[in-house]
Structure formats: structure tokens, C-alpha cells
Design a protein around this ligand. Structure first.
Ligand code: PMP
Ligand code: GLU
Length: 402
């Protein structure tokens, strides 16, 4: 038997937190397996099927014999298609040598952090942030420095807050826009203000996670790498999971200065090698097919956002705002802290998430996992019927708290 005294497992893994998004989705599946009618709004994943033309490209890839190991950084044709996409959608000029394709954007982020962060380096994480940022920084023995944006400012930080958080030990800044979990979108002007500060600190790099680019209700997505003065220090992360509903295919990528791209290639060569051949061919077809299918899905998310907001605003105690992208809403639920239903006392967002899972059979993710313990995350990537039913159940369960 393995005991903790024997120290079989490394300190690295024992101090690593489990991904809360994945943990809550697992709990929901376990309850569903027991026959409970659970509505799972915890997992951040499109409820749409991957578009047919992408599936067809994957089938063709198998028939065409794409069954061998792939180049670590990705097939040249896919990297060229990514270069073209970055030019078309983002006004960014890169060559294939700047692109590294990975097994999901999650791996792209892990590669970049591992390649940039030394033990003791500070990493500013714009908060609320996606669950895995903090843990991957800790794996690299960096020091996460969350900088919080308030709900009243759509959870966005100001340039002054960024400036104040910078020290001589700051190595990296990380953010997602559109943001998981808040749906906030940084405007061109807001990013310009960040760029002006970063210009003064040539040792600082930035991971700009743009995986929700195609799910943006403002009509404008701006890439931080557009600011030429800092472009060489920006690692743009993107992927296929969200925009093209390809979560299970596992394809993401970075665009970065060649030195950083080469480093990520080396890291990946020792850990996973090149991404799945069939998934890469599917990803190439996705890009070559343009944005039409992504735009249709995005229109559905916008409609659902408004549906959810309407229903949520009818529930006393839930404090909302209007998410501008992605498919999450992250309301403040602290009004319920300190309340009880029978023997169940709600002290924090985790207690509330567990109460709603067990009482309303709706699974959500507690805000602490994203750096905001007063909030809770709902995904609205679900059918209208499920969203309406979930909000009705939540309203009834919350009404029992006093
Ligand atoms: N970044 C953000 C902000 C995300 O929400 C996700 C979704 N899991 C990822 C990166 C990773 O995406 P994937 O690994 O599926 O490409
Ligand atoms: N990014 C999604 C989420 O935040 C998927 C789960 C994960 O990869 O952590 O829920």
C-alpha cells in the first residue's frame, strides 16, 4: 500500500490542485450514472457537434494514410493555414516557424510557461482567471500573482493595477480575452494601455489566450501581439476546441517569436511529440472552411446569454453583469453566504455549488477555482430547455436558504 510517509508521490503532484472544472463535471457524471437527472453547466464545452466538413476531412485523412508520427510542431500545411488565419483575422504577420501546434491549447499554455518561468519568477495572472493558469505556474515553481478586476468593471483590471503589480521579479503576464470564467473582452484601447506599460519592462512576456476569439459579442477581437513594440514578447494562444466545437480532437497552437516557438517544440518533443495526425488534418480543414460555422454557434451563445441573464435577474441575491464573449456567466453569489437550509450551512461558493448540485441537481463551478470566491460559474453552452429548467431549479433551491 502507498502511504504518505513513504513519499511515493512527488511534492510537485501532491501540491497540485485538481482541475475544478473537470472535478465538478466528474461529480455530475457520477450522479447521472446513479439515475439522477443532473443538468451539467460546469464543464466549459460547446454542446454542438463538430461541423460535418471537419469530420469528413478527418475520415479522409485516415483513408489517405495520415497514420504516422507527425512533426513535433505540426504539419507544415496546418502551420501555413494558421499563419493565413492570423493574417486574415488578426492582422498578425508570422511565418510557419513561429507556430507550434499542440495537443490542445492547455498544452500550448503549459509548454510556454515551462519554457519561460524559472523558480521564483513572478507571474501576474489577470483575475478572475482560468483554473489551470495558477496550477501550471506552480508546476514551473513560479509565483502566481493574481491581480483582480471587480465585477463593477466587468471584472477587468486597469493599466494602473497592472503597473502596480510589476516588480523586478515579474517574468510573465497571463490573461484570456474573451475571458473564461467572466466572458469579459479587453478592447483595443485597454490592450494599448497594457502595451504601453509592458514596453517599459523588456523582461516581461505575455501569454494572450485567445481561445474564445470566435465567441465574441462585441464585434471586435483585438490581439495584443498587434502592438509591434511588444510583439516579440507576446505568445498568442489559440485553438479549435471552442470556436469549432472540437474539444475532443485536442488541437491548439501558439504564435510566438521563433526562439520561444523553438523552445516549446523542444519541450513538446520530450513530452508528447506531435499532435494526432487525424486531428491536425481536421483542424486544417476547419480553418480552410472559414468562420461561418463558428459564427452560427456564436449567435446561439449570444441568444442563450440573454436568456440566462433574463432568468437570473429574476432571482433575488444573484448579482449579474453582461458577459461580452465566451459562454460563461460568473455572478456574485456572496449574498447567500451565511444562510442555511436545514442542517446545510452555506459558508462559501464551494458550499453553494455542492448544495445546488445535491438539491437542484445542477452542476456549476465554485468561483475560488478562478480566483474569485464570491462568485460561481455557469456555462450557458446548453440547450434553451436545459437552461430554463436549471434556472428554475436553482431559484427554488436558493429560495429555501434563509
Ligand atoms: N484556455 C482557456 C481560457 C480555456 O477555457 C480552455 C478550455 N479548456 C483552454 C485554454 C484549453 O483548451 P483546449 O486544451 O481544449 O484547447
Ligand atoms: N476550459 C473548459 C472549462 O473551463 C474545459 C475544462 C478544462 O479543460 O479545464 O471548463
Amino acid at each position: 500500500m502507498i502511504t504518505t510517509e513513504q513519499k511515493t508521490l512527488s511534492d510537485r503532484i501532491t501540491s497540485l490542485a485538481e482541475s475544478q472544472t473537470i472535478a465538478m463535471a466528474k461529480k455530475a457524471r457520477e450522479l447521472a450514472a446513479k439515475g439522477v437527472d443532473v443538468i451539467n453547466l460546469s464543464f466549459g464545452e460547446p454542446d454542438f457537434q463538430t461541423p460535418q466538413y471537419i469530420k469528413d476531412a478527418a475520415k479522409k485523412a485516415i483513408d489517405d494514410g495520415y497514420t504516422f508520427y507527425t512533426p513535433v510542431a505540426g504539419y507544415p500545411d496546418l502551420r501555413k493555414a494558421i499563419v493565413e488565419k492570423l493574417r486574415r483575422d488578426n492582422g498578425l504577420e508570422y511565418g510557419p516557424e513561429n507556430i507550434v501546434v499542440s495537443t490542445g491549447a492547455k498544452q500550448s499554455i503549459a509548454n510556454a510557461v515551462m519554457c519561460l518561468v524559472n523558480p521564483g519568477d513572478e507571474v501576474i495572472i489577470i483575475s478572475p482567471y482560468w483554473v489551470s493558469y495558477e496550477e501550471v505556474v506552480k508546476l514551473a515553481e513560479g509565483i502566481p500573482v493574481p491581480v483582480k478586476g471587480p465585477l463593477e468593471n466587468d471584472f477587468k483590471i486597469t493599466a494602473q493595477q497592472l503597473e502596480e503589480a510589476i516588480t523586478s521579479n515579474t517574468k510573465l503576464v497571463m490573461y484570456s480575452s474573451p475571458c473564461n470564467p467572466t466572458g469579459s473582452v479587453f478592447t483595443k484601447d485597454e490592450l494599448a494601455a497594457f502595451a504601453a506599460i509592458l514596453e517599459k519592462h523588456p523582461q516581461i512576456h505575455v501569454i494572450a489566450d485567445e481561445i474564445y476569439e470566435y465567441i465574441n459579442f462585441t464585434g471586435e477581437h483585438y490581439s495584443l501581439a498587434r502592438f509591434e513594440s511588444i510583439k516579440d514578447r507576446v505568445i498568442t494562444v489559440n485553438g479549435f476546441s471552442k470556436g469549432y466545437a472540437m474539444t475532443g480532437w485536442r488541437v491548439g497552437y501558439i504564435a510566438a517569436h521563433k526562439d520561444i516557438a523553438d523552445a516549446c517544440d523542444k519541450m513538446q518533443s520530450q513530452i508528447t511529440s506531435g499532435t494526432c495526425s487525424i486531428a491536425q488534418k481536421a483542424a486544417q480543414a476547419a480553418l480552410e472552411g472559414g468562420r461561418e460555422s463558428a459564427e452560427e454557434m456564436s449567435a446561439s451563445y449570444l441568444r442563450r446569454r440573454d436568456l440566462v441573464l433574463g432568468l437570473m435577474n429574476d432571482i433575488p441575491g444573484i448579482k449579474t453583469y453582461v458577459p461580452q464573449g465566451a459562454f460563461y456567466i460568473f455572478p456574485d453569489v456572496s449574498a447567500f453566504f451565511g444562510k442555511s437550509a436545514g442542517d446545510i450551512k452555506i459558508e462559501n461558493s464551494n458550499d453553494l455549488a455542492m448544495y445546488l448540485l445535491n438539491d437542484a441537481h445542477v452542476s456549476l463551478v465554485e468561483g475560488g477555482a478562478f480566483g474569485a470566491p464570491q462568485c460561481i460559474r455557469f456555462s450557458f453552452a446548453a440547450s434553451d430547455a436545459k437552461l430554463i429548467e436549471a434556472l428554475e431549479r436553482i431559484k427554488a433551491s436558493l429560495a429555501k436558504l434563509s
